[in-house]
Design a protein around this ligand. Structure first.
Ligand SMILES: Cc1cc2nc3c(=O)[nH]c(=O)nc-3n(C[C@H](O)[C@H](O)[C@H](O)COP(=O)(O)O)c2cc1C
Length: 170
């Protein structure tokens, strides 16, 4: 059983989560950053794990593009999606998968879940900072400062995701 772990990351949190996941998945696997991936990357694999952060409801740009371009091949494989993002709400996450791929692809995917995400406001671009400021201002929260530096990555979620991929959980 060969697994390809395809990931994209802007600020590194997804890479950290992917590294942790790779310690937990069983069997032969290959870890590939999406800009290094081409058509052949997934050709000989049985399982594909797609790991992506979410930015304003969108998958990491390269991941979105890769999925679109290689949809036909991906539909022949077992596909698992690990999102690294602040929400863990299944409805929202399902919406992200459909928005970034297609309803058909969503139906094909074995599992999708969020393992949590992390933000460091200081490292964001000007536009990202403005967006975060806007969202936090509109929200009903009184812990804005905390949210700017949030980290809700859960190791036990990464383990859970690995258990599903390893066939130990449904
Ligand atoms: C500008 C911006 C927009 C974001 N939009 C969303 C979003 O729509 N949904 C979500 O759950 N998380 C969102 N996040 C949180 C990121 O997905 C999270 O910080 C993730 O861990 C970033 O991963 P990376 O470090 O691998 O790039 C957003 C973060 C930023 C900075």
């Amino acid at each position: 059983m060969k697994t390809v772990v395809l990931y994209g990351t802007k600020y590194g949190t997804t890479k950290k989560c992917v590294d942790s996941l790779c310690e937990k998945i069983e069997g032969d696997f290959e870890l590939i950053e999406v800009s290094e991936a081409d058509k052949k990357t997934i050709k000989n694999a049985d399982r594909i794990i797609i790991a992506t952060p979410i930015y304003v409801g969108d998958f990491y740009k390269g991941i979105k593009k890769y999925c679109k371009k290689n949809l036909e091949e991906l539909l022949k494989k077992d596909v698992y999606i690990m999102m690294c993002c602040s929400t863990k709400d299944e409805w929202l996450l399902g919406g992200y998968v459909i928005k970034n791929t297609s309803p058909l692809f969503m139906k094909h995917v074995k599992v999708f879940m969020s393992v949590g995400g992390a933000l460091n406001y200081d490292t964001l671009t000007f536009t990202e900072k403005k967006l975060i400021d806007f969202v936090l201002k509109k929200g009903q929260n009184n812990n804005r400062q905390e949210l700017k530096y949030m980290n809700n990555v859960e190791e036990k979620r990464i383990q859970y995701f690995a258990d599903i991929v390893n066939g130990k959980k449904q």
